[in-house]
Write a new protein. Structure first.
Length: 80
């Protein structure tokens, strides 16, 4: 049975892949804003995705309390 982290990692990999495919055919930089609760999962997922795709992922971690405000202020990200 898949663990919760595995399910989240697979979902994020699919989302990041879709964002990259929609924005560029060559190597791209993907900007992600995530809750600090995702730090462990993304810490494992991002390097695997970068190696497999050749894309660079930059992650900005925000507390769950601050994240909605950053999005409302117009924080630039390809994936939240």
């Amino acid at each position: 049975m898949p663990t919760r982290s595995t399910i989240v990692a697979a979902a994020l990999a699919g989302l990041i892949g879709a964002v990259v495919a929609a924005t560029a055919a060559s190597a791209a930089e993907v900007n992600v804003i995530a809750s600090t609760a995702m730090r462990e999962v993304l810490g494992e997922l991002v390097p695997m995705f970068e190696r497999a795709s050749g894309h660079k992922v930059t992650v900005s971690f925000q507390s769950g309390a601050v994240l909605p405000g950053k999005i409302k202020e117009g924080a630039q990200a390809d994936l939240v």
